[in-house]
Design a binder for this molecule. Structure first.
Ligand SMILES: C[S@@+](CC[C@H](N)C(=O)[O-])C[C@H]1O[C@@H](n2cnc3c(N)ncnc32)[C@H](O)[C@@H]1O
Length: 231
């Protein structure tokens, strides 16, 4: 029986937890080829991108709110912290690249809040490499839960963003879309921090929003059912 992510709007998306423990796919390798270190992988799961970057000699840290994800990632030798992206993090304002891969633009349920937060984390000239949905697919906020047959996880806020809707959302966060590409049937984008402190000023102005985001305190494990092996 397959694991799925069900939304309260009625859609289901198949989950591929085995992918999270495997090596990066060719399209993900292409994304990793565009990083500059140090790299922060937000919602790193079992840490495959952090491990791949370490093999490439790029300094990288993964963060994940899930104790299970962090314990799996550490067991594999990945450098990770159990943290919520909306809480204080090391090297704030000094990361050259932030990764939001495999649907992680949905973290917290409000993409513009998440992108404002990533803007705070980035160094001047830094970039976000983000996976999005294909152009023309629905964009919006929703509640989702992980399901595995009759076993159901808790509902939690999530969001999806189509490639075509990204520029407007990025703009509200002081970020600019500099590239969008399709690879292996998946869609990715590169966002750059506006020069002359645009992103930082924006992020400061909207600081309250960031703390208003749910950001479920450390210990939240909405994804545990998806991450658990054989569950
Ligand atoms: C789709 S899975 C990650 C897959 C991983 N990026 C990969 O490609 O292998 C989403 C991850 O985001 C984590 N997450 C959710 N909310 C978070 C938050 N507020 N801060 C940090 N991580 C979070 C979840 O615990 C989960 O491990």
């Amino acid at each position: 029986m397959r694991k799925v992510l069900r939304s309260d709007k009625g859609s289901t998306v198949p989950l591929e937890p085995s992918r999270w423990r495997a090596r990066p796919t060719p399209e993900e390798e292409h994304v990793l080829g565009q990083v500059e270190g140090p790299v922060l992988d937000v919602g790193c799961g079992p840490g495959r991108h952090v491990l791949a970057l370490a093999r490439m000699g790029v300094p990288a840290l993964g963060i994940d709110i899930s104790p299970l994800a962090v314990s799996i990632a550490r067991g594999r030798g990945a450098e990770v912290l159990q943290r919520c992206v909306f809480r204080p993090l090391p090297l704030q304002g000094a990361w050259r690249t932030v990764l939001l891969l495999d649907g992680n633009i949905g973290i917290g349920g409000c993409p513009s809040t998440l992108l404002r937060r990533t803007g705070q984390l980035l160094a001047h000239g830094g970039r976000v490499l983000v996976e999005v949905d294909p152009p023309g697919t629905p964009t919006g906020k929703m509640r989702v839960r992980v399901e595995h047959g009759s076993v159901r996880g808790p509902w939690f806020p999530w969001a999806r963003v189509a490639a075509t809707r990204l520029p407007r959302i990025a703009e509200t966060a002081g970020l600019a879309v500099s590239a969008v590409w399709e690879s292996g049937g998946r869609w990715f984008a590169r966002l750059d921090r506006h020069p002359v402190g645009g992103g930082r000023a924006h992020a400061r102005r909207r600081h309250g929003d960031v703390h208003a985001a749910r950001g479920s305190g450390p210990g939240a494990d909405d994804w545990a059912l998806a991450l658990a092996e054989g569950a």
